[in-house]
Ligand binder design. Structure first.
Ligand code: ZN
Ligand code: ZN
Length: 346
């Protein structure tokens, strides 16, 4: 079968012909219908040798939806023909966290040579993907694959970040979303669907603000020297209750703490490598709380799928055949993808 494989650090992935896997034990073979392309795929491709614990080669792709093609003899709870989305973070499978469906915070994460499907283990940029256990599968029924695949990271990560702030997002609250790309446009929709918060969107691109508007944001503004003042003015001067930073550069972190009201919440989702100095006393808002949410839990993925099936969230996608992955990667790198790029096997 065709697969897009990372074969050398710092080099683009290469198309390859590999053997179609045969499921054994508790494994499940899924025929891929769609796979999302994520910024973290770019980070993995660009990583220096030794920066990640993964062994090469492996097939990329951690946002995967498809149909169960074959089952190992020890599988439980799924049937051939079921349509599913993959829960992408694969932990050790035995610690308390994994047991509770929280592989994203697996206690043994530091000892594993992978972080999940397509992240050190063969993922979904291929015709088939081998899943180690049915516990990593969430049913999608008739949800279109191009909608379901991005839910497993872009949707789930946004949902998990919002869930962690929910106590602060009641009626009358205001949330700022910085960065309205694949994740941010879903965060805007999830905030609208599951919280009482007003949503202010911030980006450097006009078309991203248009996407924020279509996603239900109450207000959008470009990043400029006075963006903090513009946002604060939208809250009557008090500042926002929460900021979801999908960029994570020093510039966006400084903007975030500049617009938060006292007791405000900052969730840094983007891996922009920025730095924020913490000192007390200092310039940070009193009562300010910071979180670094990573991906999400398996129960949350089921909740995101339910939201999508209800019509409350819709992923804006651009489709590419798997054979055109290099073009999709180049477009994403230049910031030229609207919403999420989705690869479909040829
Ligand atoms: Zn991702
Ligand atoms: Zn674990």
């Amino acid at each position: 079968m065709r697969a897009l494989r990372l074969t050398a650090w710092g080099e683009p992935p290469a198309p390859a012909e590999v053997e179609r896997p045969v499921p054994r034990g508790a494994e499940v073979l899924v025929r891929v219908e769609a796979t999302g392309l994520c910024h973290s795929d770019l980070h993995v491709m660009a990583a220096a040798a030794g920066a990640l614990p993964y062994r090469l080669p492996f097939t990329l792709g951690h946002e995967v939806a498809g149909r169960i093609a074959a089952l190992g003899p020890g599988t439980d709870g799924v049937r051939a023909g079921d349509r599913v989305v993959l829960y992408g973070p694969w932990g050790c499978g035995t610690c308390d966290r994994c047991d509770a469906g929280r592989d994203n915070y697996c206690d043994r994460r530091d000892t594993l040579a992978w972080h999940g499907a397509g992240l050190g283990r063969d993922g979904g940029m291929a015709e088939y993907v081998l899943v180690p256990s049915a516990r990593h599968l969430v049913p999608i029924d008739d949800l279109p694959a191009d909608q379901a695949a991005p839910l497993s990271d872009a949707g789930l990560t946004s949902y998990h970040a919002v869930a962690g702030l929910r106590h602060a997002l009641g009626k009358g609250s205001t949330t700022a979303v910085i960065g309205v790309g694949g994740l941010g446009h879903l965060a805007v929709q999830i905030l609208r669907a599951t919280t009482g918060s007003r949503v202010l969107a911030v980006d450097v691109r006009e078309d991203a603000l248009a996407l924020a508007d279509r996603s239900g944001a109450d207000f959008g503004t470009l990043v400029r020297a006075d963006t903090a003042r513009v946002l604060k003015a939208r809250t009557g001067g008090a500042g926002v209750d929460a900021v979801l930073d999908f960029v994570g550069t020093t510039q966006t972190l400084e903007l975030a703490v500049g617009v938060l009201r006292p007791g405000g919440e900052l969730a840094v989702v983007g891996s922009g490598g920025g730095r924020l100095a913490v000192s007390k006393p200092g310039v940070l808002p009193p009562g300010f709380r910071l979180s670094l949410p990573f991906w999400g839990t398996r129960p949350e993925l089921a909740e995101v799928v339910a939201l999508a099936r209800s019509g409350a969230i819709h992923v804006e996608t651009e489709h590419f055949p798997l054979s055109a992955a290099p073009e999709a990667i180049a477009r994403l790198r230049r910031g030229r993808v609207r919403g999420r790029a989705v690869l479909v096997p040829d």
